[in-house]
Design a protein around this ligand. Structure first.
Ligand code: ARG
Length: 498
C-alpha cells in the first residue's frame, strides 16, 4: 500500500454530508470553503481505508454485519482502495474531509444500504485521532532511517579523517586542538538522540483511539483491541476523551522534528563557515553545490543554507501547533483539525531535506593540511602549557598566570607559543621551576601531543575517538531495526550506500 501524494480533483458530484437530519439547509458556500480539509488530509486516505476494514470486521464480530455483508463490505473497500490508488476516485469540491469523501466513494461502490452501515459505532473524532497516529508512526520510521543515514555519513567522514587535527573553538575563537573526527562525531550524537526520541515516542503513540467514538466510547459491543491490532497498535487508549481530544503525541513528534531540524542547522552553520574562502577547511562536491546566475566564480552551499532556513519553519510548525492546543476544552473541538498541516509540513520538509543533506555530507572533502596547520595557532596550546606546569607541581592558579605570560610575550612579538626561546620559558617559570626543566615544556607544544593527552573518556585522543565511533555504531543497530520496520522497505541505508 504505497502512499502516493493524492491530488483532490473537482467535479460536480452531488454533495454528501455526514449529518443532515436536523438541518434544513446544507452548509453555506463560505462555511464549506472554510471547513474543507481534503486539500491536505487526503493523504490519510490509505490509513482511513485500513481503519474501515478493521472496523467492518469489528462490526461483523459484533453481529452488526452478516458474513455476506462483511464480504461485500471488504470487497467494496478493496475496490475503493484501487480507485484511490489509480486516481479514479478523489475528493470533489463538496467533500468536507477525507472521511466524507471516502464515505461517498464507499456508498457509490457498495450502495447506500450496505455502505451506510459502516459508520455505526465510530465517529470522525476517533477516526482522525487514530489516522494521524498511524500516518506519523509510518513516517517516523522513514525519518529515523534518513537521520541514521546522515549519522552514518558523518561516521564515515570521521573514519576517513583519521588523526587529522583541527582548531577546536569556543566562542568561535581558537581554544584547543581537536581531532576533526571528534568535531564531526559531536554532530552524530544529537542525531542519534533524535532517533532515540522517535523510538521512545513510538511506545507512547502505540495505542489506538478507535472505539472512543465521538468522546464517550461506543454502545455497540465492538472490540477496539482487535481493531487496534489490525492497525498495528499493541493496545487501545484507556480513556475515550483523552483518545479523541489529546494531541500531545502529535506535538511530541513535532518537537522531535523541530529538534532534528535544529541539529541539522547547527551542522549547516559549521559547513557554511568551513566552506568560506577564509576558513577553506572543506570543499563541497559540485553535485551538492549551486552556482550564481551573475557571478561565474561562485559555488554556494545552498543545501546547508536551506537546511538552516528550513529549521525555522520546523520550529514554527511546532509552536503553531502548541498554540492551537493550549486553550482547548477537553474533548474534540474542530481546532484539532489544525494539528495535521503542521506535522505534514514537517515530514515533507525533512523527507526532502535529509537525502540532499546527507549527500552533501557524504561527498564533502576536508583539506587536512590546512586543518593541521591551523590547529595549534591562536595560542591554542596555552592550556597544555598550564597543565604541563600542574603536572610539574605548580598550582593551577599560578600555572594559568604563567601560561598567560607566555601568550603575552608571543602575542607582543607577533609569534606563536612554540617560537618562544628556551630563555623565555626559563624566565617566565623562574619562581616555580629550575632552569633545566623549563624548556622541556616544548614537549606539549604540538597539536598532536595536545590531542593525545586528552585521553579521558569522551576526550579527543585518537584512541578515545575510535572507541566513540564504535559506540555510535552499536547505538545505531537497534535504531536501524526501528527505522527498517516500515512497510515500504528499509529506510536506513548501510555504510557506503548513500
Ligand atoms: N476533519 C476533522 C479533523 O481533522 C475531523 C472531523 C470531525 N468533525 C466533527 N465535526 N466532529 O479533525
Amino acid at each position: 500500500m504505497a502512499e502516493q501524494p493524492k491530488q483532490p480533483s473537482a467535479d460536480n458530484t452531488e454533495h454528501l454530508a455526514l449529518w443532515g437530519g436536523r438541518f434544513t439547509s446544507g452548509p453555506s458556500p463560505e462555511l464549506a470553503r472554510l471547513s474543507k480539509s481534503t486539500q491536505f488530509d487526503w493523504r490519510l486516505a490509505d490509513d482511513d481505508i485500513a481503519g474501515s476494514r478493521a472496523h467492518a470486521r469489528a462490526l461483523g464480530r459484533a453481529g452488526l454485519l452478516t458474513e455476506d455483508e462483511l464480504d461485500r463490505m471488504e470487497e467494496s473497500l478493496d475496490e475503493l482502495q484501487r480507485r484511490v490508488d489509480d486516481g479514479s476516485f478523489a475528493p470533489v469540491e463538496d467533500d468536507e474531509d477525507e472521511a466524507t469523501a471516502l464515505e461517498r466513494g464507499l456508498l457509490e461502490i457498495a450502495g447506500d444500504e450496505l455502505g451506510g452501515k459502516l459508520r455505526a459505532g465510530r465517529s470522525r473524532n476517533d477516526q482522525i485521532a487514530c489516522l494521524i497516529r498511524m500516518w506519523l508512526r509510518r513516517h517516523s520510521r522513514v525519518i529515523a532511517g534518513q537521520l541514521l543515514s546522515l549519522a552514518n555519513a558523518l561516521i564515515v567522514q570521521s573514519e576517513r579523517a583519521g588523526r587529522t587535527v583541527m582548531p577546536g573553538r569556543t566562542h568561535m575563537q581558537h581554544a584547543q586542538p581537536v581531532l576533526l573526527a571528534h568535531q564531526l562525531m559531536a554532530h552524530v550524537w544529537p542525531l542519534l538522540r533524535d532517533v532515540q526520541r522517535l523510538v521512545d515516542w513510538d511506545k507512547r503513540v502505540d495505542a489506538s483511539p478507535y472505539g472512543s467514538g465521538a468522546l464517550a466510547g461506543n454502545t455497540l459491543g465492538l472490540d477496539p483491541e482487535a481493531v487496534a491490532h489490525e492497525l498495528g497498535f499493541s493496545r487501545v487508549t484507556t480513556n475515550s476523551i483523552d483518545g479523541t481530544a489529546s494531541r500531545d503525541l502529535v506535538a511530541e513528534f513535532a518537537f522531535v522534528a523541530a529538534m532534528a531540524g535544529v541539529d541539522i542547522s547547527r551542522l549547516s552553520e559549521e559547513i557554511i563557515i568551513w566552506n568560506t574562502q577564509e576558513f577553506a577547511f572543506v570543499k563541497l562536491d559540485d553535485g551538492y553545490s549551486t552556482g550564481s546566475s551573475i557571478m561565474p566564480q561562485k559555488k554556494n552551499p545552498d543545501i546547508a543554507e536551506l537546511a538552516r532556513g528550513k529549521s525555522g519553519r520546523l520550529i514554527g510548525d511546532l509552536t503553531g501547533l502548541l498554540a492551537t492546543l493550549k486553550g482547548l476544552p477537553t474533548a474534540y473541538a474542530r481546532d484539532l483539525q489544525e494539528d495535521k498541516e503542521a506535522v505534514f509540513d514537517q515530514v515533507d520538509t525533512l523527507e526532502v531535506l535529509l537525502p540532499a543533506f546527507t549527500g552533501m555530507v557524504a561527498t564533502m572533502r576536508f583539506d587536512s593540511e590546512r586543518l593541521e596547520a591551523e590547529a595549534p595557532t591562536g595560542f591554542a596550546l596555552a592550556t597544555d602549557i598550564a597543565e604541563w606546569l600542574v603536572r610539574n607541581g605548580v598550582p593551577f592558579r599560578h600555572a594559568h598566570e604563567l601560561s598567560g605570560a607566555c601568550v603575552k610575550i608571543a602575542e607582543g612579538r607577533g609569534q606563536e607559543l612554540w617560537d618562544l626561546t628556551d630563555a623565555d620559558f626559563v624566565d617566565v617559570f623562574k619562581d616555580f621551576l629550575p632552569a633545566d626543566k623549563a624548556p622541556k615544556v616544548r614537549a606539549v607544544l604540538s597539536s598532536h601531543g595536545s590531542v593525545s593527552a586528552r585521553n579521558g573518556k569522551g576526550g579527543t585522543a585518537y584512541d578515545r575517538v575510535v572507541e566513540q565511533i564504535g559506540e555510535a555504531k552499536s547505538a545505531i543497530m537497534p535504531l536501524a531495526t526501528f527505522a527498517g520496520s516500515v512497510s515500504d522497505g528499509p529506510a536506513y541505508k548501510a555504510p557506503g550506500s548513500f
